[in-house]
Design a protein around this ligand. Structure first.
Ligand SMILES: [Zn+2]
Length: 106
């Protein structure tokens, strides 16, 4: 799983194909991510303070990481990345142009 929270990704399959957005949550075990505005589903909610009328809200649902590509600002599109270790730090690097993404923690 090469996608992290806060990444900009491009959707490469499904209903939102071609869209670019930000990762808000990842589920590493399931290899899935929540991406802002992507894979929206309508969810029924009960009446509450937050939703006084009840009814339906639109929420993002998990999308599989295989449907996402990391967005490379240099290539200006979704790209494949490889992991590179430099001075004990791990980086993700664009396979096309060599762009180094910000340092990752794990
Ligand atoms: Zn690139």
């Amino acid at each position: 799983m090469k996608i992290r929270k806060g990444d900009t990704v491009v959707v490469i399959a499904g209903r939102d194909k071609g869209k670019k957005s930000e990762v808000v949550r990842v589920d590493r075990k399931a290899d899935k991510a929540i991406v802002k505005g992507i894979n929206i589903v309508k969810k029924a909610v009960r009446r509450s303070q937050e939703h006084p009328a009840g009814g339906f809200v639109e929420v993002e649902s998990f999308i599989h990481a295989s449907n996402l590509m990391l967005f490379c600002p240099k290539c200006n599109k979704g790209v494949r990345v490889k992991m590179v270790i430099d001075k004990d730090k791990k980086y993700r690097v664009c396979k096309k142009c060599g762009y180094k993404f910000e340092e990752t923690r794990s």
